[in-house]
Write a protein that binds this ligand. Structure first.
Ligand code: ASP
Length: 418
């Protein structure tokens, strides 16, 4: 897609979002009539994510060529994820301790555990480990359960590079599939302005009066949004600039379409096709970095979610009147990181994995009821930061790959249209 067309689409998306808000302001609940456009867009995105993830990961890995290189890139990717997620959690902990949004917020005595986490009360570390592997990869695909499919594709891609000529037709097949699906993504982008309009109009029309909804949670929301703002506009751009020498403003502007789509869909997984398109085509990140880092990042790397988990847990502690010790805050740091890794890239997944954080420090799960009303709204902002964090990761890893190629001399890469 030419830069000019994608700029038109971006303008269309912005107009779509603004029109949706204006429409909700003027016509209220009647805007729900447009929700089907959003549903259609979301379905189309979901329709292509599974084949796209398989094909793109296999293309990414086989383009890398050497399994040892994959090990190094994989290690660096994990290091990047862990570092930025940790920074986000730490920032959340600092802010919530300074602002203290939970002090003075009354929690209903005897509140029930919200439906959102019903049946998940026992969730723990082991569940996260188990979620990496499923017993049936086709069933995982059908359920849009991304993590096991990523693990399977990772293994398949790595092994395909080791079996010589037998692997070649399989690699060629996935290359072709990937090309075709990326073309579908481009087609889908033409519909994005309408889809985003429908998604925003439908959800905000259902929400009713936002002021009433926010109620006493204003300071809590402010803490999360401030944290997301600092992480998204200062920390991540700084990391991008320091480690990849790319211009963060331009890089961010080029990611505007997926970031706004993330805001509209509240799902990093559903946004993935557009994230890959923008990172590869507009930011010119090589395909071995983009295709490897982004699908993994969409499910595992969630800076926004991590930050929110720590703020929300400590907010609940403050509301309940529990003074957390330093040790407990460290525990929150560790478990919030884990909870963000364990959260799927779907709407409000972070709310569910917060059970892990609350249980680790003995906070009441009923506290989740406190933040439930505004969670869908915060989810949109944290998803936008999640997607931005993934693309920054791809930019950083790309730089490392370029350096590796430089030191190893020519001849290692096959594709790489960076
Ligand atoms: N909705 C988020 C995402 O898809 C996950 C969450 O924080 O609930 O990235």
């Amino acid at each position: 897609m030419s830069p000019r067309t994608s700029n038109y689409i971006l303008v269309g998306i912005v107009v779509g979002i603004v029109a949706a808000f204006v429409g909700v302001e003027l016509f209220g609940e009647r805007m729900i009539a447009f929700e089907w456009m959003g549903t259609l867009f979301l379905r189309a995105l979901k329709m292509i994510i599974m084949p796209l993830i398989m094909a793109s990961m296999i293309v990414g890995i086989t383009t890398l060529g050497d399994v040892r290189k994959l090990g190094r890139v994989g290690g660096l990717t994990v290091l990047y994820y862990a570092t930025t997620t940790g920074l986000a959690v730490a920032l959340g902990i600092v802010l919530v301790n300074i602002i203290q949004p939970g002090v003075g917020v009354a929690m209903e005595v005897g509140a029930a555990t919200p439906d959102a986490v019903a049946g998940k009360e026992e969730m723990g570390f082991v569940d996260i480990v188990l979620s990496f592997v499923s017993e049936n990869v086709f069933q995982s695909m059908a359920n849009l359960d991304i993590l096991p499919v990523i693990v399977f594709s990772l293994l398949l891609g790595a092994i395909l590079t080791t079996i010589g000529r037998d692997g070649e037709p399989v690699i060629a097949f996935f290359n072709g599939l990937n090309e075709a699906i990326m073309k579908m993504v481009v087609l889908l982008m033409y519909f994005a302005p309408f889809g985003v309009f429908g998604l925003v109009a439908g959800r905000f029309a259902r929400a009713g009066d936002l002021g009433e909804l926010i109620g006493g949670l204003g300071r809590y929301m402010l803490t999360v949004l401030l944290g997301l703002g600092i992480h998204g506009f200062i920390v991540l751009p700084l990391i991008l600039w320091l480690f990849s020498r790319r211009n963060p403003l331009r890089y961010l502007a080029n990611m505007a379409t997926p970031i706004l789509t993330a805001f509209s869909t509240a799902s990093s997984s559903a946004t993935l096709p557009l994230t890959i398109e923008a990172t590869e085509e507009r930011n010119e990140v090589s395909r071995e970095s983009a295709y490897f880092v982004l699908p993994l990042g969409a499910t595992v790397n969630m800076d926004g979610t991590a930050l929110y988990e720590s703020v929300a847990a400590i907010f609940i502690a403050q509301a309940v009147g529990i003074d957390l010790t330093f040790g407990q805050q460290v525990m929150i740091f560790l478990t919030a990181t884990l909870a963000a890794i364990g959260a799927a890239g779907i709407p409000q997944a972070g709310l569910v994995t917060m059970v892990i954080v609350l249980r680790a420090v003995g906070l009441p799960l009923e506290g989740i009821a406190l933040i439930l009303a505004v969670d869908w709204l915060l989810d949109r902002f944290r998803t936008a930061v999640n997607v931005w964090g993934d693309s920054v990761g791809a930019g950083v890893i790309d730089r490392v790959l370029i350096k590796m190629r430089g030191t190893a001399g020519e001849g290692a890469g096959t594709g790489g249209e960076g």
